[in-house]
Design a protein around this ligand. Structure first.
Ligand code: APR
Length: 233
């Protein structure tokens, strides 16, 4: 099966009612990145950081995958679909995608701030994590999120996946945050690249087939295009 490697971002979940970051009204218009998504913010005010992620976790529990998520899961019948997502939601998995790599962490997980940094799943019936919530060894629990300035442990795996793509799809990301945005440089010459986004995205002057639509509608057009490609090959 051909490897369809997908790089998804916040726009993938926009139609599920989850805010993006840099669109008008996006999360970074309401919160200071330094306050809620950096190690400094955590050191300064862990309660504010925990509350930021508690709110996003509660919103996620009220959200459902959209047609775009389901279309990607459906494509697993025809392609080896491997998703590299910048999203911390679990909507790809809940739509049925079986190969998802979270570059920036996962909202439904927390980890110990002590040695070993053990990871724990947040129970859906107790979605809040507060100051004083400790791991079994007595260390404060923190969101299992990659904050700005922190290492991106999964990036080598993502680079390898992208290097082996037969088709590369970028969907719902403004391509402004590295190293995720740099993954496009790992796509081998001649491998077709598609981009689904209703707005203009700077795609680093690569030869790209742009589908200027939202995720759900865009995925319908994308599936038609790659099926036509199969016929040609
Ligand atoms: N369908 C597809 N794309 C959409 C839709 C939609 N319905 N609505 C908006 N978009 C597009 C926007 O046009 C934009 O290009 O989704 C993109 C969202 O861009 P950002 O808000 O910058 O989100 P993202 O690219 O995922 O941000 C990357 O930045 O703050 C960090 O860690 C955070 O993972 C995030 C990273």
């Amino acid at each position: 099966m051909k490897k369809l490697i997908v790089l998804s971002g916040a726009g993938m979940s926009a139609e599920s009612g989850i805010s993006t970051f840099r669109d008008s009204g996006g999360l970074w218009e309401k919160y200071e990145i330094d306050d809620v998504a950096t190690p400094n913010g955590w050191r300064r005010n862990p309660g504010m950081v925990l509350d930021f992620y508690n709110q996003r976790r509660r919103q996620l529990l009220k959200s459902k995958p959209n047609a775009g998520h389901f279309a990607l899961a459906e494509l697993e019948k025809e392609y080896d679909v491997q998703i590299i997502t910048q999203n911390v939601d679990n909507l790809h998995e809940r739509a049925g995608s079986t190969h998802v790599v979270h570059l920036h962490g996962e909202l439904m997980k927390v980890r110990s701030t002590g040695p070993g940094e053990e990871v724990f799943v947040v129970p859906t019936d107790k979605p809040d994590v507060n100051p004083g919530d400790m791991c079994p060894k007595g260390f404060q629990l923190r969101p299992h999120i990659v904050w700005f300035g922190e290492a991106v442990p999964e990036i080598e795996k993502a680079e390898y996946m992208t290097y082996n793509a037969d088709i590369f799809l970028i969907i719902g990301t403004s391509m402004q945050v590295y190293p995720a945005a740099g993954l496009i440089h790992n796509v081998q010459p001649g491998v077709p690249i598609y981009l689904i986004d209703p707005h203009e995205v700077n795609h680093l002057s690569y030869e790209i087939t742009v589908i200027s639509k939202g995720a759900s509608e865009g995925m319908k057009e994308f599936v038609k295009l790659i099926r036509a490609l199969e016929v040609k090959l």
